[in-house]
Design a protein around this ligand. Structure first.
Ligand code: PEP
Ligand code: MG
Length: 753
């Protein structure tokens, strides 16, 4: 029963069941429920003797062969559906059912797949729900149907693609009082992308399934938690609603014309809902995606889980095409996962960002730091140039906005005003509005990180941050710290180059902006290390900002005046950064570490440290390190260790381009930009070995650290920490844990041999 369940019970009751138990325990108004556990399902398989017959359906199955897949799924589901449920199990279920209420209660029966190390969110999109179920027979039938759904073709395909063994997945079934809601919907307790304390509530008439499935465009209400006021209402035409259908199931009916434009929620209801949202968010420690329902004056909370992002919500089916049938307009590199549709707006440079509207698809040659305000507004981003490590890719991943980069012809082939769908996973832009047949997994991974029992790894798994707005999302991954905070992005709000502030005597303004951005990130990671990197922007990225006209024209800015070299030659620019750090350290932010980019010789480190000492920093006490981005730094890493670096972090984005002579942003050479090139690996291996000898923490913050295969290799070669993108933290943590366990296991086996 619900009262006995807590989040630790995820493996037996699934994410959904555990979350309901938790919610009831903190006083949220959750409808009555019980859970048929994963163990009950196992017992069913064992006692009916089904296990072996069931798994033999999948022996040698090629999931890409859709006919074979359908056949295997059909066979397996039939086995589960037709087996007679052992009496001991059915009696247990019915006993729990009758404890809910004296009369047979009308319930919703929902399945919730679980795997050993993952809550159900990772299997999103393949779970069955049976609504309006009443009476013993119908309940048992619905439970058995939920069990069978574990072997649906899509579920098998999806698991196989994610590398899960069908034998190790289980299923729990939640049986919950059906709330015959008059109105219902979903609530994001904080802004789903920026993490601001703005509660967003979507609601429509009837059962909540209409909103969740996308059958209706719901009303939207925005509640500002700081002022406790409803600050925005968007009333939509709600043409349909889902209602209970007599004694079983549900049906979709038309909403009477007089109610279609009616306001679903009063301000008082929005406020009450938002307050429950705050309770849920503060209990779980991360923003929540909540399902709610209202009957008369009674309000219910049906589900609460960490925000996975709006992008994963199914796009309404009306008029949209399926992905497999859609026309591809342009192709590029999938740089930030997720799918989004909208109106194309093409801009040539940042001066045109005024034309970009909320919800557009931004198409441009390449994004620039000063385009970030527009990038925040749009649903997706498409660029002609760039690879996985370009500006557009880095910023989109942090904003949680789907992006395709390096399309070569996006800004010439797409037309302003045209409706397209961007698939940031596969790197494709489709004509029109297209729905995905599968739910994106990237954000489910983020959820898994936040919700599952934390995996503890000996190798620290940290996260990269470039935009302070993303700090809360980054912290929600449970990362062990920030392995790279790129501060050049913090200055973008200013729209002016550092030199401009110096030239115009506005230094305090510059320091204040930098200070508040870094502090936001430090505050999101209390007691965890946050490595802040000094400014590293090539001169061309400054060009469009005020003061950019003074930036030198360089033949090759990537090989030019950037990183620590520029700071050493522009001591004033460096001094402003050091003053910001000094203030933070003096306020007790001991977790702040400072990292120098693009060093090629230990002298640069020593000179930077001296300049910090001269500015009043106690350099013996604070943590200072370097990025290893130039082969020279990797080759003579020993000299850096002797010079006193406390840590070194591989900036593979640059290390690869400087080792292989491949411009990282050149879309014509993407194929040749190889993170696992033997020369790159040799440099990394050498530097890790030397750092270990000197007891210097060795880390990685380049994009390669977000690749699980690379992470495995790095752990095998002795890296101390890995800093990944927000969307990759969960999968990197799993890869690290798996590798560490394998290493231990192999060592134990050897010692017993
Ligand atoms: C790198 O070079 O790998 C890195 C992390 O720095 P950036 O991408 O900002 O050059
Ligand atoms: Mg770099």
């Amino acid at each position: 029963m619900l009262e006995e369940i807590r989040k630790e019970d995820i493996p037996s009751v699934g994410g959904k069941g555990a979350s309901l138990g938790e919610m009831a325990s903190i006083g949220l108004p959750v409808p009555k429920a019980f859970v048929v556990t994963a163990q009950a399902f196992r017992r069913f398989l064992i006692e009916t003797g089904l296990e072996n017959r069931l798994y033999s359906c999948f022996d040698g199955l090629d999931v890409e062969d859709s006919a074979a897949l359908e056949e295997a799924a059909g066979k397996a589901m039939k086995l589960v559906l037709e087996a007679e449920m052992p009496e001991r199990i059915s009696e247990d279920i019915l006993r729990a059912y009758h404890r809910l209420a004296p009369e047979p209660m009308i319930v919703a029966v929902r399945s919730s797949a679980t795997a050993e190390d993952l809550p159900d969110a990772s299997f999103a999109g393949q779970q069955e729900t049976y609504l309006n179920i009443r009476g013993n027979e119908d309940l048992l039938e619905a439970v058995q149907k939920c069990w069978a759904s574990l072997y649906g073709a899509r579920a098998i395909y999806y698991r196989s693609k994610q590398g899960f063994d069908d034998r190790s997945v289980n299923i729990a079934v939640v049986v919950q009082q059906l709330v015959h809601s008059e109105k219902a919907g979903v609530m994001f307790t904080s802004h789903p992308v920026s993490g601001e304390p703005m509660t967003i509530i979507e609601g429509s008439w009837g059962l909540g399934e209409a909103v969740v499935s996308g059958a209706v465009t719901p009303d939207k209400y925005v509640f500002d938690r700081r002022t406790e006021k409803v600050v925005d209402r968007m009333i939509q035409q709600k043409k349909v609603e889902i209602v209970s259908d007599g004694s079983k199931g549900t049906r979709l009916v038309e909403v009477s014309p007089s109610r279609q434009m009616g306001t679903v929620l009063s301000d008082e209801e929005v406020t009450r809902l938002a307050k429950f949202g705050v309770i849920a968010e503060s209990h779980y420690g991360v923003p929540q995606d909540v399902e709610w329902a209202i009957v008369g004056k009674e309000l219910f909370i049906l589900q609460s889980r960490p925000i996975t992002t709006i992008a994963t919500r199914p796009v309404p089916d009306t008029g949209s095409e399926r992905r497999s049938e859609a026309k591809v307009l342009v192709k590029g590199t999938g740089a930030s996962p997720g799918m989004a549709s909208g109106r194309v707006v093409i801009i040539a440079d940042a001066r045109e960002i005024g034309v970009v509207k909320e919800g557009d698809i931004l198409v441009t040659r390449m994004t620039n730091p000063d385009m970030v305000p527009a990038m925040r507004k749009v649903r997706a981003i498409v660029t002609d140039e760039g690879g996985l490590t370009c500006h557009a890719a880095i910023v989109s991943r942090e904003l949680g906005t789907p992006a395709v980069v390096g399309t070569k012809t996006g800004s010439t082939e797409l037309k302003t005003g045209q409706i397209v769908t961007v698939d940031g996973e596969r790197g494709l832009v489709y004509e029109g509005e297209v729905t995905d047949e599968e739910t994106s997994t990237a954000f489910a991974d983020l959820t898994a990180a936040a919700m599952g029992a934390p995996l503890v790894t000996a190798t620290s798994v940290k996260v990269n941050v470039s935009i302070p707005d993303a700090a809360r999302r980054a912290a929600a991954t449970g990362a062990d710290g920030v392995g790279l905070l790129r501060i050049e992005h913090l200055m973008l709000g200013l729209g002016r180059t550092p030199s401009w502030f110096i030239k115009n005597g506005r230094e305090e303004e510059f320091i204040a902006e930098l200070y508040s951005g870094i502090k936001t990130v430090l505050d999101a990671f209390p007691d965890k290390p946050v490595w802040v990197r000094t400014i590293d922007a090539p001169t061309d990225e400054f060009r469009n900002m005020e003061g950019g006209e003074d930036e030198p024209e360089e033949h090759n800015p990537m090989l030019g005046w950037r990183g620590i070299r520029r700071d050493l030659m522009s001591p004033e620019q460096f001094r402003l950064q050091v003053e910001t750090f000094r203030r933070l350290w003096s306020e007790g932010y001991d977790n702040l570490g400072v990292m120098f980019p693009l060093v090629s010789h230990p002298d640069e480190f020593l000179r930077a440290r001296e300049m910090m000492a001269a500015a009043g920093v106690d350099v013996e006490k604070v943590t200072l390190g370097v990025m290893v981005e130039i082969p020279s730094a990797a080759l003579i890493i020993e000299d850096f260790c002797k010079a006193g670096i406390r840590f070194a972090s591989f900036g593979t984005n640059d290390l690869i381009q400087y080792t292989l002579a491949i411009d990282r942003n050149n879309q014509y050479l993407t194929q040749m930009y190889k993170p696992k090139h033997p020369a790159v690996l040799k440099l990394i291996d050498h530097a890790i070995g030397v750092c270990r000898e000197y007891g210097v923490e060795c880390s990685i913050c380049g994009q390669a650290g977000s690749d699980p295969v690379m992470a495995e290799w790095l752990v095998e070669h002795g890296i101390n920490s890995i800093s990944a993108n927000i969307d990759a933290v969960a999968k990197i943590r799993r890869a690290v844990a798996r590798t560490e366990q394998r290493i231990l296991l192999e060592a134990a086996r050897r010692s017993h041999a």
